[in-house]
Design a protein around this ligand. Structure first.
Ligand SMILES: *Cc1c(COP(=O)(O)O)cnc(C)c1O
Length: 377
């Protein structure tokens, strides 16, 4: 948690809401938050102005983008191509659209990551959208955004990149890669806190032609004329639907100020050094020899995380948490470490590996308290 995120939370509640009440929509520019926060995210993902807006969750934003992409492409293109081990909500949202439009209009097709290029070549003429997550949520493997976007475009296919595990930690060049659409969340490496709003990127060349289906009043060209007919905003604001979550967005906005003091390449440099250091510490330990690397071996195609398979991954994760090392378990057997370069030190990394060794050597992970499944794993 960035210190100024906490200060912003207190300020927005005590002063902006507590004292100024609804006058804050103007006085503290609450109404502009989706735009101002979007513009803070833009440089982190290689986007020029006017193409990024902060709103809703990834799931909801993905629905808006998928539907917009379908509107742009021709009716004979009915397929959304994705990867079998994409984050489930991304696949679920396509299933929902498929249910609504009927599978004659929209159908999800998934394959393994290494089959994507062949699939694009073979079935490109049937595909409307290539929808991928840039950094895989389990393994941390990075896709070649430039190459896949270009291959898709050669087949007339639009691309949507999910930047959930990229934004704020892996440099991304959306404009340079000529990406059509992207989205990501505010609560991972952007440090916006639990349930922080997400963001949408749409390339400037597409914006005038886009029609998104969740046509709420905040996406209207003039919301405060209360016109009975919907007229979309001409810019990226057309992706807004309802009233922004002001408290959450104010906190995310403050958290993003951290990036004014550091470049994405500095963040990437420390992130790479950290994952490499951690990987070496684990490899060198006899005690940790049962941890099997499930991430790419080299950092050039790996995000800011390391995943290890272990039959006791869940219990190890719980035991680590009890020692103040907060890792993730990902079913069925993955222990995942995320490295947040702005907040972690190498010393903390070293200490956490020592703790992991002690947990295994003492067999502490076998304790019943570390083997009870909680609601959120
Ligand atoms: C975290 C994550 C999400 C989360 O979606 P929400 O709708 O914001 O809960 C979606 N996709 C990917 C790839 C993620 O890693």
């Amino acid at each position: 948690m960035p210190i100024n995120a906490k200060k912003a939370a207190i300020d927005v509640v005590e002063n902006q809401w507590g004292q100024d009440l609804i006058t804050s929509w103007n006085k503290h520019a609450w109404i502009d938050l989706p735009t101002t926060v979007g513009e803070k995210i833009a440089p982190l993902i290689g986007a020029e102005k006017g193409q990024v807006i902060c709103c809703d969750s990834i799931s909801v934003n993905l629905f808006k983008l998928l539907a917009s992409a379908f509107q742009l492409s021709t009716p004979e293109r009915t397929i959304v191509l994705s990867q079998q081990d994409n984050f489930p909500t991304d696949l679920y949202m396509v299933e929902g659209l498929q249910q609504m439009l009927g599978s004659q209009q929209c159908a999800l097709l998934t394959c393994d990551a290494d089959e994507l290029e062949a699939m694009l070549q073979a079935r490109g003429h049937e595909i409307s959208v290539l929808m991928l997550t840039h950094v895989n949520f389990r393994s941390g493997k990075i896709h070649d955004m430039q190459k896949l976007t270009q291959l898709a475009h050669e087949q007339g296919v639009l691309v949507i990149w999910d930047l959930a595990h990229s934004a704020g930690v892996v440099p991304v060049e959306l404009d340079n890669c000529k990406v059509d659409f992207a989205l990501g969340c505010g609560y991972k490496y952007l440090n916006g806190g639990p349930g922080a709003p997400a963001f949408i990127y749409a390339a400037k060349r597409h914006i005038p032609n886009l029609k998104q289906p969740l046509t709420g009043w905040m996406g209207h060209a003039k919301p405060f004329t209360f016109d009975p007919n919907y007229v979309p905003d001409v810019g990226i604001k057309k992706f807004l639907s309802g009233t922004p979550s002001v408290i959450a967005m104010a906190v995310l906005s403050a958290a993003l100020d951290l990036f004014e003091h550091v470049t994405m390449s500095q963040i990437r440099e420390k992130s790479v050094a950290m994952t490499h250091f951690y990987q070496c510490l684990i490899e060198q330990s006899q005690t940790l020899s049962d941890l099997v690397m499930a991430s790419p071996i080299t950092s050039d195609n790996r995000g800011s995380q390391l995943a290890y398979r272990h039959p006791q991954a869940y219990a190890l994760c719980q035991a680590l948490i009890s020692h103040g090392v907060i890792a993730d378990f990902r079913a069925p057997d993955i222990l995942r470490f995320g490295f947040s370069p702005s907040f972690l030190s190498f010393e903390q990394l070293f200490d956490s590996v020592e703790k992991l060794k002690a947990i295994i050597e003492s067999e502490q992970y076998k304790l019943p308290e570390f083997n009870r499944k909680q609601a959120v794993t």
